[in-house]
Write a protein that binds this ligand. Structure first.
Ligand SMILES: Cc1cc2nc3c(=O)[nH]c(=O)nc-3n(C[C@H](O)[C@H](O)[C@H](O)COP(=O)(O)O)c2cc1C
Length: 206
């Protein structure tokens, strides 16, 4: 099948787009409101976009609390959403007011960050401390404003649970990250395979 993606006339019961761009990593974004209240929410329009220095992005469908807080305070933290934390991650997607501490609401523990103010999720084995860089507004159909935006931040600190490091490498099967698919579906990374890159010498970075 083919469909006009601007008209979005796919003819299916549900929009297939997000099922086709899958799996998507989940950035579990913690920020502080102006009054210091902890905000935590999952974003699957999330990814790493640069390696040196490290940048990550998340995209907001409308100017939600995470975007507003990142812009207003200049900082955010991305914790890794793992299989063990899946229920808590889902709880933090509920739309609650900016005066509610969503980390505590989900039964999670705030752990202090080293270089930025927003706490990371203590129960999560990985966290990226980020300094907000800029927001890119995404135009809508016919280039009219859409309200959707990409929020970019430079990673300034990385936490990794010691147990996840085996022989000097991160063993992702110990982390069991979850990823978003389409509809209400998720995937868990619990198996990996390795593929040598053509031209890369033995022992060279892949
Ligand atoms: C797994 C998952 C991924 C999500 N990804 C996004 C996303 O990429 N962009 C977005 O705007 N909302 C996303 N949402 C919805 C937000 O988490 C939800 O609107 C949340 O209340 C936003 O919180 P905030 O206002 O505190 O930022 C996602 C929800 C779930 C459960």
């Amino acid at each position: 099948m083919f469909y006009d993606a601007v008209a979005n006339n796919h003819g299916l019961a549900l929009d297939p787009f997000k099922a086709l761009v899958a799996p998507r990593p989940i950035g579990w974004i913690s920020t502080l409101g102006k009054t210091g209240v902890v905000n935590l929410a999952p974003y699957s329009f999330f990814n790493a976009v640069s390696e040196d220095p490290h940048y990550v992005m998340f995209a907001s469908g409308g100017r939600k609390d995470s975007q507003r807080n990142a812009e207003e305070t200049g900082e955010f933290v991305c914790s890794l959403a793992t299989y063990d934390l899946r229920e808590a991650m889902s709880r933090t997607s509920a739309g609650v007011g900016p005066d509610i501490d969503e980390m505590r609401l989900a039964g999670l523990t705030p752990a202090p960050s080293r270089l930025v103010q927003p706490p990371r999720v203590k129960e999560s084995p990985v966290a990226f401390e980020c300094r907000y860089w800029r927001t890119i507004e995404l135009p809508g159909r016919n280039w009219a404003p859409s309200g959707n935006a990409i929020v970019l931040g430079q990673v300034v600190g990385v936490h990794i649970a010691d147990e996840a490091i085996v022989d000097g490498k991160v063993d992702v099967t110990r982390l069991k990250p979850i990823a978003r698919l389409g509809y209400g579906d998720y995937a868990v990374i619990d198996a990996v395979f390795t593929l040598p890159r053509p031209g890369a010498g033995r022992g060279a970075p892949q």
